[in-house]
Every structure is written in C-alpha cells, then in structure tokens.
Design a protein around this ligand. Sequence first.
Ligand SMILES: NC(=O)c1ccc[n+]([C@@H]2O[C@H](COP(=O)([O-])OP(=O)(O)OC[C@H]3O[C@@H](n4cnc5c(N)ncnc54)[C@H](O)[C@@H]3O)[C@@H](O)[C@H]2O)c1
Length: 259
Amino acid sequence: MSIEGKVALVTGAGQGIGRAIALRLAKDGADIAIVDLNEDKMRAVAQEVEALGRKATTFKADVSDQKQVYAAIEHTEKELGGFDIMVNNAGIAQVQAIADVTPEEFDKIQKINVAGTLWGIQAAAKKFIERKQKGKIINASSIAGHNGFALLGVYSATKFAVRALTQAAAQEYAGDGITVNAYCPGVVGTDMWVEIDKRFAEITGAEEGETYKKYVDGIALGRAQTPEDVANFVSYLAGPDSDYMTGQAPLIDGGIVYR
Ligand SMILES: NC(=O)c1ccc[n+]([C@@H]2O[C@H](COP(=O)([O-])OP(=O)(O)OC[C@H]3O[C@@H](n4cnc5c(N)ncnc54)[C@H](O)[C@@H]3O)[C@@H](O)[C@H]2O)c1
C-alpha cells in the first residue's frame, strides 16, 4: 500500500470521479476527507471509505469560496491528524455556443473550475509548508484542457487554465517539496455527461443520448471511460512512484486527443 497512513482531501467527492478517487486512495491506505456541496452523498461515500477500513470525514464547502477551502483543510488536519494529498477535483460543465455565453455563466464556471482549483492549490501548499512536510497536489483538467471543443468553449478555457495553474504552481512550490500535477480524462459516464448530453440536445436538436454516443464512438479503445479508470491514474499521482513528476497534465482518455 503505497500511501498507507497518509491523509487525502478530495473535493467533489460526493459522486462521480471524485467518489472513485476517494475510494481508490482509501484502498491504497489513506484516510480520506470528503469535501462537496451535497451532504447526503458525502455521508454515503464516507461509509464506503470506512467499510474499506480507513477513517473518513466530511466537510461541506463550496470550492469557489477561498475561506471555505481553507476551512476544509483545517477540518481535515484536525479530524484526521495530518494532511498529505490534495485532489482539486470539483468542477462543473457548461454547454453554450460562444455567441450566447453571458457574463453570469462565464463568471460562475470560472469561479468554480479556475478559482476553486487556485484556492485548493494555495491553501494546500500553505498547510504543507506550515507543517514542514512534503505534499502532493492533483488537479482535474480534461481533454478539454488540451483541445477546444465546439459548444464547450468556456469549459475548455477553464480546463486550459487548470493546466496553466498546475505548471506555474509546480515551479513555485518545487523548492518546498510539493509536486503539482493534473489528470485529463476523456468521456467519463458520470452525471456531468448526462447534463452535457441534454444541453447538446437542446442546442443542436440531437436526440438525447446521441451526443454521448458520438463522443464514445470516437474513442480508440472502444468504450466510455469509467470513474475508476481515472482513479487508477490519480492513485499513481498520489503515490511515491510519481515523486519525480511535477507540472504535468497527462491525458488518460482511451485515445481521443493525442499529445
Ligand atoms: N465526466 C467527464 O467526462 C469528465 C471529463 C474530464 C474531466 N472531468 C472533470 O472531472 C471532475 C469531476 O467530474 P464528474 O464527471 O465526476 O462530475 P459530477 O458532476 O458527476 O460530480 C461533481 C461533484 O462536484 C461537486 N461540486 C460541484 N461544484 C462544487 C463546488 N462549487 N464546491 C464543491 N463541490 C462541488 C458536485 O456536488 C459533485 O458531487 C470535474 O472537474 C470535471 O470537469 C470530467
């Protein structure tokens, strides 16, 4: 167990990719702080973590609020007795033509996906430095962080920004023994894609399910990605095998975008 006894905080861990990451890091031996907006879902994931024999704690926080992110880390340290791994996973999607994006839509997604990741990096690094220890920070980017996709322009912009923050933070914190990397999934069958598919249907007139199928049909490995496919890679980023890696945002997408 590569991260036995470590403490990991995962944002957006109430469902989907974040839940799978929380469970995988628990299987790897870490105690887990589950941070999300949805208390019922957080409690359910906490029970799953505990069933794996690890400690879990939950904390309701909106990652777009800097103070709440700092509070989540304080809570984690107090409840779990340490803090070693920060996974800035929480994020939202937005399907909108460039022509129709409103200032309100733009601000909302920037605050959650970009500022939420920024506060997570900042607060985690501050805590690692205060504790005089090494730490790992892992951020959620996307294939949309490597490639702009039609009707996902602003979402793509936020995920490019996550890569930029990852690269800058990796350089700023390398001297403190902190590594900063990101993961870039492809088309993962979560609630996020249910919403994306619905919005595509509204905007383009496609049948419901058609856009998801079109994207999945384009995957070289021939199937949609599971949250566990993503969590397997995050396990590597959280563990000692990735100690010499920083500032990177590798694609793990079954073969959609090639870099
Ligand atoms: N699903 C995909 O195909 C895919 C692909 C690439 C990248 N991603 C990224 O992976 C991450 C997780 O995606 P998912 O598919 O599991 O999404 P999801 O919508 O299924 O789950 C997201 C979770 O984040 C929480 N959340 C949303 N806003 C929050 C906020 N402001 N503060 C705290 N928690 C908040 C939600 O309550 C939810 O539990 C996101 O950053 C997403 O952009 C997803």
